[in-house]
Design a protein around this ligand. Sequence first.
Ligand code: FAD
Length: 648
Amino acid sequence: MKLHPVQTLVSRCIGHLSRQRYDVIVVGGGHAGTEAAAAAARMGAETLLVTQKIQTIGALSCNPSLGGVGKGHLVREVDALDGLCGRAGDWAGIHFSILNRRKGPAVWGPRAQLDRQRYREFIQGELLSIKRLTVLEGSVEDLLVTEPNPDEPGSHRVTGICLENVLHPISASSVVLTTGTFLSGSLFVGQTTSPGGRIGDAPSSAGLSRTLKETLGLRVGRLRTGTPPRIVKESVDFSLANVHLPDRHPTPFSFMNTHTRCKPEEQLPCHLTYTTPGVERVVQESLHLNCHIQQDTKGPRYCPSIESRVLRFPGRRHLVWLEPEGLTSDLLYPQGLSMTMPPEVQLRLIREIPALRRAEIHAPGYGVQYDFVCPTQLSSALQVKSTQGLFLAGQINGTTGYEEAAAQGLWAGVNAARQAHSMPPVSLSRTESYIGVLIDDLVSRGVTEPYRMFTSRAEFRTTLRPDNADLRLTPKGYELGCVSSSRYQEATRVQNSLQEAMTALQALTLSTNSCREKLPDIRVSETKSTVLTGMELLQYKELSFEMLASVFPERLSPYLEFSQRLKIEAVYKPHCDINKKEIERIQREENMFLPPDIDYFSLPVSLSNEAREILDRVRPTTLGAATRLEGITPAAVVNLYNYVHFAK
Ligand code: FAD
């Protein structure tokens, strides 16, 4: 792992731009913007990243952590497409753990607590090392928009940007907007409201919002989120909280890393504590002093403020995680205590928790409300359908979270570069990736509250696992041009080795009698066939690849490096084979006719109300036409196929 000092990046960016025209301009240096700019440049586009402050590139606005259930899948996929966040997580992680370990590996959630400073340094250093990428500090005041073509009413084209206090516009074939929580952003603490995108940062210019709404006619909504106060570590009584240690063997996010920067013994613990009735009392007593919470704007359901938690679930105690902000930081992040009441009330509230009874607040919590663009107005390439050359990614599309932003940013960057090179757009399907699920959900269903990823959103979970994101996406990314040849070579080596190992496992057989003798730890069922292949044996929970390799050292020990991956492949093989067949069958049955009089509302199959409404409204004539409808998931198509096929 290499690192460039932040200072170098700052000095490189100040000065004159070498050109007034770029292939791609990315607005915003958050999680979406940095991935978009890096991806576009990797794709061969001359790219300009413009952001308000160079020092905040790669800033973690809220919690210092990456990954988790569903989110960890996105990080692995971004990494498989050569994005930055996975490697940044490995560089900056100070507490690695796999969440959901009690469930199957398909839904494990790789997660790490991060050192804020290290994360920023890594992202900034990486951007510096990318060819064809220029970073400029500045605020984008407006978009350059051409008048609509009279033959195509309502169709605009974005041709560049105008910077605040700079006379000359900068033109580009594609512009990617990733303004996060900054579009018409307002900050809230207690009864005070002020314009801002994040504490210490001004909102995006009003001109940008106006152009999106008035000139381009885009539908815009409003959402909110909030962050907890930061607490002085020294003032916390950790003896009154439960300690949680990181995994003994940290699992890196990146397929290119075999270990994390922070050694296992250097990792820091987190602590768990709970709210008390006193916390609830302070929330209730201070509601009239809290204007953020009094508004109707929707906040993040899965990362709610303490006010929302207490109001929705009165009388319950709620979890509070005390998480380190960095390896040497003096501060703690109290996850679960996002709040927007006046600072003195915040202090009163946290002191109702025994471990925090003498706690000091370094910076109070606050809320932010911002505009988002309704994402149903985008194509699956994340381009605004009615406006050529304009792509949107990240929180501006109604999502919440660094991982969701990074995933969209990468894909918007790929497509912005393709459009600049006059190439057709590309999309990722729900059957091949969580990024595909995320984008499809956004563009086909839209959002009514901040959207975050969960594994339950994917229909083919057993295939879309965090362990195999490289096999699913790296070859495609290489073909598109956003993956380096070194990563592609590594993914190919892994793929070939896994294939060889699985062939060896398939060829290896053991009778049930020999199993009992050589592998006494596994209980082979009497009813099972008398001969089992290595692949079938590995499906036994108690048997690891290492145990099997010790029985067949010559044939299996060359693959010990892939022990865990092979075990997972074997366990999920039967499910994945069924999934694959279902998907192939649907593809073959594209032309199957759907009866014109079908009553979708009473169809006795598992279909969401939303899917039934869409099918009833559109009445597709063939299965293929149903497949291509926005809002119709592959699982819905499988169920529809089964019904029509077997009802014949
Ligand atoms: P951001 O990370 O917000 O980055 C936007 C970037 O665009 C910034 O660098 C900004 O300077 C730049 N920019 C904006 N306008 C312009 C312009 N006109 N010209 C140039 N540059 C511009 N996520 C959760 O998952 N859970 C939470 O509980 C949570 N709470 C949050 C609380 C707060 C107070 C905030 C601010 C964020 C919170 N987040 C939370 C959201 C998380 O920070 C975002 O989801 C994530 O950062 C979005 O990434 P992004 O790239 O879309 O935008």
